[in-house]
Design a protein around this ligand. Structure first.
Ligand code: HAM
Length: 417
């Protein structure tokens, strides 16, 4: 066992898996850029207060944050998510609205590591600030839905809920508090503790002993104001019009405290229930204000990259593919020719690799095969003397052929096209 290994819940992403991560982010960024979103790259560290605004009653903030005091005596934290950072950036830079941004990158939560749950995990996501329009909720959900479909995932269901206006939510919280307090003896110890902090969170409990009480709890839909109901109705009608299937899940309260109105989650059908949310989001109309900015509407989502790729593995879609090169240069004259030719090819935009340390032709041909290259260029002393090169197709029955050195680049370009 080596002395140093990755910390629990942290992983090295090696090739070819890392190539799959790049493609994942590439497909996502193409899709959202085409919908008018610009990229934001917030720092990994923020003042811990930024994340406290996410909600003092959530595990993400109270138990799972990687926070510390830096050398300048600042209390800072590694970001557990990026919505709060985006809102902090909005307050700091006052961009014109609607502000439509996307992001990709790692987040940190000190959770108990298990399949689909890591301490460092990546997300891709979007946020729209400054628009109350329910059509933005639909746009945001549709972008996530279409992205998951592009990966080839089929076993995904969209869970949808609305938490109503802040005052609806308050009244609902009070009703839940009263209801659960009256049934305290039937709740698990853990849920009794949760109740004192945030009665909404009790609905999240997966413990079997809590389910009967939760099933009988008041429902948020009984508390919607006319505005909240109209907003939610528009979202549902729009999703139906776009052919996006969803189920209403009134227990969907989400793990962060900043949500209002629409909330949603994409649930993977192949995953364990504790880690089956591949992504989620919703409206958080009070968050910018909580961070010291003007009253500003906000809506967005984040999709977990690690977890979504596990779902892809389960469904056998969007699998890793090796980062192959097109050409492999086999130089049996010492290596200088390979230096010149790979440089020439790479400068012309053709991916090329080579072997090192003067290996035998047999060993170099093996490397050529492993590289995935379509063509090998073979240079021996005869080829150097006659200023020629041999081109050997590696993935077809075609015979190898000789070209003059000066025709090498155009011939390779043509053969690859
Ligand atoms: P979240 O539900 O906490 O929401 O995280 C979104 C996704 O990140 C999850 O569905 C999951 O795929 C992934 N994720 C979260 N924690 C872990 C973990 N420990 N290991 C692996 N994957 C994880 C948010 O973060 C909100 N900021 C989403 C949002 C954006 N709401 C509005 N805008």
């Amino acid at each position: 066992m080596p002395e140093f290994q990755t910390s629990p819940g942290m992983r090295d992403i090696l090739p070819p898996e890392s190539g799959r991560w790049r493609r994942f982010v590439g497909i996502f960024s193409d899709a959202v850029t085409a919908a008018g979103y610009g990229q934001i790259i917030p720092p990994l560290l923020e003042d811990v207060g930024v994340f406290h605004r996410v909600g003092e009653a959530t595990d993400v903030v109270t138990k799972e944050m990687y926070d510390f005091v830096d050398k300048g005596d600042r209390h800072i934290a590694l970001r557990p998510e990026q919505t709060a950072s985006v809102c902090r950036a909005f307050v700091q830079h006052s961009p014109a609205t609607p502000w439509k941004v996307w992001y990709a990158g790692p987040n940190f939560r000190y959770e108990r590591p298990q399949r689909g749950r890591f301490r460092q995990f990546d997300q891709v996501g979007i946020e729209v600030l400054g628009v109350e329009d329910p059509y933005v909720d639909i746009e945001v959900i549709a972008l996530a839905w279409d992205f998951l479909a592009k990966l080839g995932l089929l076993q995904i269901s969209l869970h949808l809920n609305s938490l109503g206006e802040p005052s609806d939510r308050e009244r609902y919280m009070q009703a839940l508090k009263d209801y659960f307090s009256n049934n305290l003896e039937h709740l698990s110890q853990a849920s009794q503790a949760t109740l004192t902090k945030n009665p909404l969170r009790v609905l999240d409990s997966k413990r079997p002993e809590d389910q009967q009480i939760i099933d009988g709890a008041p429902r948020i839909s009984q508390f919607y104001s006319a505005e909240a109901k109209a907003h939610f109705d528009t979202v549902q009608v729009g999703l139906r019009e776009l052919g996006i299937a969803f189920v209403i899940n009134e227990k969907l309260v989400r793990g962060l405290d900043y949500y209002r109105h629409t909330t949603f989650e994409f649930v993977g059908g192949t995953m364990d229930s504790a880690q089956n949310a591949l992504g989620g989001g919703g409206r958080y109309d009070g968050l910018v204000e909580a961070l010291g900015g003007p009253a500003t509407a906000g809506v967005g989502f984040a999709i977990g990259l690690d977890r979504t790729l596990l779902a892809c593995d389960d469904e056998g879609v969007f699998l890793p593919v090796p980062d192959d090169v097109s050409v492999f240069v086999v130089d049996i004259t010492g290596g200088r020719q390979a230096m010149l030719i790979t440089h020439e090819l790479r400068s012309a935009g053709i991916s090329a690799d080579r072997a090192y340390q003067g290996r035998s032709i047999k060993s170099q041909m093996k490397s050529a095969d492993r590289s995935g290259a379509v063509l090998a260029i073979i240079i021996g002393s005869d080829e150097v003397d006659s200023s020629t090169a041999i081109i050997r197709p590696l993935r077809s029955d075609q015979e190898q052929y000789t070209v003059s050195r000066k025709d090498l680049l155009p011939t390779i370009t043509k053969a690859l096209s």
